[in-house]
Design a protein around this ligand. Structure first.
Ligand SMILES: NC(=O)c1ccc[n+]([C@@H]2O[C@H](COP(=O)([O-])OP(=O)(O)OC[C@H]3O[C@@H](n4cnc5c(N)ncnc54)[C@H](O)[C@@H]3O)[C@@H](O)[C@H]2O)c1
Length: 365
């Protein structure tokens, strides 16, 4: 097992990474002196494959445990579902001396994290991410949210967990399309970091997709280190540094909203990053000789046809109510090369539509 400590202004918490290490969780909870009343939210697909194993692990825990199975899918990251979590907590008489454990992907982590942040003004939180996307990204950094009125992540708070516990064993049951979906956020880390990590990802893309143990371990560890470096400098996205993590996300969130969350978040992020790369060339920041190399990883993803058919004008309209807009201006993160990022760049409607069209051409040649 390895450990990375995330240090922010408000918190310091460990991320423990290993393979088949879940049995250690009860001892780790004890070591970190977490409350032993456990409310465990488990994604329904995770429960389908792993519930009896999870229960056998937690049978070693000496405290009260209630399991809540959470339905799978982005549409359940909703106000209706959050009420169900609050009701289950209340009905089972959980008070502030509770540790909420989220076992699932980014959807479970985001909504359970929001529940932990708000129930009785905050209870302890542990993430046990079970998708590649959640392991490399969403379980780290303290963003929690639900979608509301068809808008992505518009209700939420920053709330750090006490602990993140990663067992890569969970990836064995993950459908291949979910690994592809994680590539969206992974491409982001490749582009934000340095040529060494970007080249590592390109060289090992087949091994990542086939879950080669050493490669997956390095991929997760390096991505977490990159995110940790960013959030430790700018926990609340106030200084601009954390905004680099939004590369491609202005496009992605509008695409997700417009398509009614019928595509995977990671697919939307990958499409959004491709748009951001074309926008970077359009505004003259990225040379047309460099873009091909920066598109290499994205070129390995199979995108759903629904992206090709989506209406660009409506995507543009959805962007007009992006939560990151300032004074009505839609702002983008763009890139001049690997590790060279510029934030808060406004763009004209024409350039935005151009980028969407170029993305479609690239994805569906
Ligand atoms: N908080 C953050 O900083 C942050 C960052 C990135 C993304 N996100 C959010 O994360 C969400 C996307 O996360 P995701 O891609 O993990 O989606 P997800 O949680 O919907 O999981 C994807 C699918 O995999 C299934 N699943 C999960 N683990 C499994 C396993 N081990 N075996 C079999 N099936 C499994 C789920 O049931 C679901 O069908 C989005 O809502 C996005 O907004 C948040």
């Amino acid at each position: 097992m390895s450990k990375i400590i995330i240090n922010t202004e408000q918190a310091s918490y460990p991320v423990i990474i290993g393979e088949s290490n879940l049995s250690q969780v009860p001892a780790v909870l004890k070591k970190h002196k977490l409350f032993n009343n456990l409310f465990i939210v488990i994604d329904e697909n995770v429960s389908k494959y792993h519930l009896s194993y999870i229960k056998s692990v937690f049978s070693k825990h000496d405290g009260r445990i209630i399991y809540e199975i959470f339905p799978s899918g982005e549409k359940y990251k909703s106000d209706t579902q959050i009420k169900k979590i609050y009701s289950a907590l209340l009905n089972n008489k959980f008070s502030r001396d509770t540790t909420l454990i989220a076992i699932g992907g980014g959807v479970t982590g985001d909504i359970a994290g929001y529940a932990a942040a708000t129930y009785m003004r905050g209870i302890q939180l542990v993430h046990i991410p079970t998708t590649l996307l959640a392991m490399i990204d969403s379980s780290i950094g303290g963003k929690t949210a639900i979608n509301f009125n068809k808008r992505k992540n518009v209700i939420g708070v920053f709330y750090n967990p006490q602990l993140v516990f990663i067992d890569t064993m969970f990836l064995a049951s993950l459908p291949g399309k979910e690994i592809d979906s994680a590539l969206g956020e992974l491409i982001k880390y490749g582009l934000l970091s340095n040529k060494e990590f970007y080249n590592f990802l390109i060289k090992n893309i087949v091994k990542i997709k086939s879950l080669n143990k050493n490669v997956i371990n390095k991929t997760i560890t390096e991505s977490i280190k990159i995110k940790a470096g960013v959030v430790s400098q700018d926990e609340f996205e106030k200084k601009g540094i954390r905004k680099i993590l939004n590369l491609g996300h202005t496009f992605a969130h509008a695409i997700e909203s417009e398509l009614g969350f019928r595509i995977k978040h990671g697919e939307a992020v990958a499409a959004g990053i491709i748009c951001a790369l074309f926008l970077s060339t359009k505004v003259g920041l990225l040379s047309s000789s460099r873009i091909n190399e920066l598109l290499l990883l994205a070129g390995t993803i199979h995108f759903p046809r629904i992206i090709q058919k989506m209406n660009n004008q409506r995507i543009y309209k959805a962007m007009q109510s992006d939560k990151k807009n300032v004074n009505g201006k839609i702002l983008f993160v763009i890139i001049s090369d690997i590790g060279k990022i510029v934030v808060d760049v406004p763009a004209s409607k024409n350039d935005i539509l151009y980028s969407l069209n170029k993305m479609k051409d690239f994805c569906f040649v």
